[in-house]
Unconditional design. Structure first.
Length: 66
């Protein structure tokens, strides 16, 4: 099953397969619904490659498979 990550607000709010994940007041990523292991790994990769990369100006929709 592919994992699709869509940015809502860069650096703050994203959806992962329809589940909303956001940064709380303590700068921790929080989701009201538990993410699967595959969704967690995909978001960790996305965070390292896109969110934390200062060279990326506009965050885009990404789909992870595998």
């Amino acid at each position: 099953m592919p994992v699709t990550i869509i940015p809502i607000t860069d650096h703050e709010v994203y959806t992962i397969n329809g589940k909303t994940i956001y940064k709380d007041v303590n700068e921790n990523w929080t989701c009201n619904v538990e993410l699967s292991t595959k969704e967690n790994m995909a978001f960790m990769n996305y965070r390292q490659l896109i969110i934390e990369n200062r060279d990326v100006k506009k965050h885009t929709k990404s789909t992870y498979t595998g």
